[in-house]
Design a protein around this ligand. Structure first.
Ligand SMILES: C[C@@](CO)(OP(=O)(O)O)[C@H](O)COP(=O)(O)OP(=O)(O)OC[C@H]1O[C@@H](n2ccc(N)nc2=O)[C@H](O)[C@@H]1O
Ligand SMILES: Nc1ncnc2c1ncn2[C@@H]1O[C@H](COP(=O)(O)OP(=O)(O)O)[C@@H](O)[C@H]1O
Length: 280
């Protein structure tokens, strides 16, 4: 039996910097992974089973991203998914699950298939988990980043699923500036300050489709978040907090509404690379 974490993917910054002829958008994103996430278990046999708080929202047919990943890897196994993350929520649940299946299959001796993007634009970055990475192109260019600290954060989802294509379609400006130069080995405060100068260009179009996102961001700020921003194509937002205690208190306060709220922490860059230059 092989157990793999499928951590929540968080686009700490997501700049849309152009569009390809095929309609896919060119991105420049700083991605981190949370300690919180789904859990994948591969065991002998075949088939797919799902449990957990968001199990009912997972498609269980052959189009499930876990099974598609298993097929792409040419592996045979029984897949159990503990679905702890909301679905269609901008935190890469399906992509992170698929990447976890591929990592588990690799541990079983199956090579990682070359065409990861066949499973979605977020697959390559999810294979870099749990360390933070910069994602460019349409998602296929991934650079693991050294020297980034862990951040305390609260994830909040207003339980309104958003379809990624609809959010991209609602985008008004497709040619925006890339990320500014990344800081050298910042501490959590320095990284938060740098992030404040960045954006999620999908936030405004997502709010136009789901205005409750603006309420979530305002609620995170009211709880003292040093920065509140949406992840991916939404609707999940994150708030950055200075301590685990402050994040726990905010998550508790935000749980009184019918929202999913969770205090967690991002994984820092791998320890052996700490202190080296961040910018590739
Ligand atoms: C927006 C992001 C940011 O990390 O995250 P999520 O909101 O999905 O978590 C990703 O780029 C999403 O990745 P993923 O969800 O794997 O996307 P895909 O299945 O490949 O594409 C879904 C649809 O999104 C649009 N799309 C996706 C990626 C991209 N670079 N440009 C696009 O225009 C296209 O309309 C595509 O048909
Ligand atoms: N294992 C899975 N977990 C979640 N969603 C999945 C999975 N497999 C397929 N999907 C489909 O992928 C779509 C995107 O879901 P998800 O990856 O959670 O969101 P996002 O792309 O916004 O991060 C959903 O509409 C869902 O039906």
């Amino acid at each position: 039996m092989i157990v793999e974490a499928a951590p929540a993917k968080i686009n700490l910054a997501l700049h849309v910097i152009g569009r390809r002829a095929d309609g896919y958008h060119l991105l420049d994103s700083l991605v981190a992974f949370a300690e919180a996430g789904d859990v994948i278990t591969l065991s002998d046999g075949t088939g797919f089973a799902v449990c957990g708080p968001f199990a009912d929202d997972v498609p269980t047919g052959g189009d499930n991203l876990c099974l598609r990943a298993l097929r792409l890897a040419g592996a045979e196994a029984r897949v159990q998914l503990d679905k702890r993350l909301p679905v269609a929520a901008g935190i890469g649940g399906g992509s992170s699950d698929a990447a976890a299946v591929l990592r588990a299959a690799r541990r079983m001796g199956q090579p990682v298939p070359p065409d990861l993007a066949a499973l979605g634009a977020d697959l390559p970055v999810c294979m870099a988990a749990p360390g933070p990475a910069r994602m460019r192109g349409i998602g296929e260019q991934v650079t693991p980043l050294a020297g980034l600290p862990a951040l305390h954060l609260v994830l909040v989802n207003p339980r309104q699923p958003l379809a990624t294509p609809a959010v991209f379609a609602a985008l008004k400006s497709r040619e925006n500036a890339p990320l500014p130069p990344l800081p050298l080995a910042p501490d959590a405060g320095g990284l938060t300050e740098w992030l404040a100068g960045c954006r999620n260009d999908l936030q405004a179009p997502a709010i136009s489709l789901a205005p409750v996102i603006a309420e979530v961001l305002a609620a995170l700020e009211a709880q003292g978040a040093r920065l509140a921003r949406m992840s991916g194509s939404g609707a999940t937002c994150f708030g950055l907090f200075p301590t685990a205690k402050a994040a726990d208190a905010a998550a508790q306060a935000l749980s009184v509404r019918d929202w999913w709220a969770l205090a967690t922490r991002t994984h820092p860059s791998p320890a052996q690379r700490e202190g080296r230059r961040v910018q590739p």
